[in-house]
Design a protein around this ligand. Structure first.
Ligand code: SF4
Length: 356
């Protein structure tokens, strides 16, 4: 039987688990240190932990439940990993190099049920949620890859923006955040972590109440219900008014800036009129808002969608700016590899189907 990943436990949960199994509290800190600071890949390497404790951990947990299936490296330093899970499913994780540090984009579900019309992952419906351990392990595997280079590089930022809707796998995402933030472990600052949702308004309230200090990004992609429902089915369940109400609550509770993701698709949502509507929508929240404009990355799976022209991108950006909205255009990374979210996995799944 497959054993769960040890990385799924927060330090408190590990402490409690060891106490329940007859071990002293301090063992948890020792094990934690071996996992996240010394980054061993075998329990037997934890040489200040007694044998009984090692044995019980080995019996019940695994340190490596992910195996690397494919790795693509871009000229700009972006690395896309395709990991195989214990049940054979494949997931994507991306390492990106920025001026401010190294950021990893993690996946939270195998496939996704949100069904955004522009997304390669949305075509592969959700198979299952990832466990918190499988989400943490993505970070660990990327960190271990960096460790092998011997350049003392550390993952400094995390974006929960890979395949899946993190708020549809809420508790595992929250446990994952607790683990990676823990100052005795990876100690990745909450302000260096961003969780991106397609707009599950009910969960935005819950997330606000947790006061995790983590950044929130909302995939908006359209400024009115008619257009948003066309490109994002989720808008039927959580129309823009409900979404904006939940964001108001989040801002009130946290006083933290929200980022709005807006993919620019040629002649679909990139007209000046939509930029004006977007500015109107954000209106009185502009001091705590940032709009991230993302020129669409065409994928074979959605041949009818094209990237906006440079002129349309400039006009959209200028219109927002003139209305006093903080915004930027996201620079493309990994253009020479399967950079669009879900693209690598989707290609590999197709290969598997051909082989069957
Ligand atoms: S964009 Fe995100 S939420 Fe939408 S289908 Fe793709 S993975 Fe799911």
């Amino acid at each position: 039987m497959n054993k769960p990943s040890i990385y799924g436990l927060t330090l408190d949960q590990l402490t409690e688990w060891l106490l329940e199994h007859g071990h002293k509290k301090f063992r948890a800190s020792q094990v934690w240190d071996w996992l996240y600071r010394k980054r061993v890949t075998q329990f037997s390497e934890m040489n200040n932990v007694n044998k009984e404790c090692i044995d019980v951990l080995e019996e019940n947990f695994s340190i490596q439940t992910l195996t690397e299936h494919v790795r693509q490296e871009s000229k700009d330093g972006t690395i896309k990993f395709l990991f195989r899970l214990q049940d054979g499913n494949l997931i994507e994780t991306v390492l990106m190099r920025h001026k401010y540090g190294l950021s990893v984009c993690v996946t939270t579900q195998v496939g996704c049920n949100i069904g955004c019309s522009f997304c390669a992952s949305g075509l592969l419906t959700k198979n299952r949620d990832l466990t918190s351990g499988e989400i943490v392990e993505q970070i660990m595997n990327v960190q271990l890859h960096l460790d092998t280079k011997g350049q003392d590089e550390r993952v400094s930022h995390i974006v929960v923006m890979g395949i899946g809707e993190p708020f549809d796998n809420f508790q595992n995402t929250v446990d994952f955040l607790e683990v990676v933030k823990d100052h005795k472990g990876l100690a990745i600052g909450a302000r260096h972590i961003t969780v991106s949702t397609s707009g599950l308004a009910n969960k935005i309230y819950e997330f606000a109440d947790l006061k995790l200090q983590v950044n929130l990004a909302v995939s908006l992609h359209a400024p009115n219900n008619e257009l948003r429902t066309k490109i994002m089915k989720i808008n039927k369940a959580f129309p823009i008014e409900k979404l904006m109400d939940s964001i108001d609550y989040y801002l009130e509770k946290t006083n933290r800036r929200v980022t709005y993701e807006y993919i620019l698709i040629r002649d679909v949502n990139d007209h000046k009129a939509e930029a004006m509507q977007l500015a109107e929508l954000i209106g009185d929240k502009r001091h705590l808002s940032y709009v991230n404009l993302i020129p669409y990355n065409p994928v074979d799976e959605h041949g009818d969608y094209q990237r906006s022209t440079p002129e349309a991108i400039s006009e959209f950006f200028d219109t927002l700016k003139k209305k006093g909205i903080n915004c930027g255009v996201r620079l493309e990374q990994g253009a020479d590899i399967d950079a669009a979210c879900g693209q690598l996995r989707s290609k590999q799944e197709k290969k598997k189907e051909k082989v069957k």
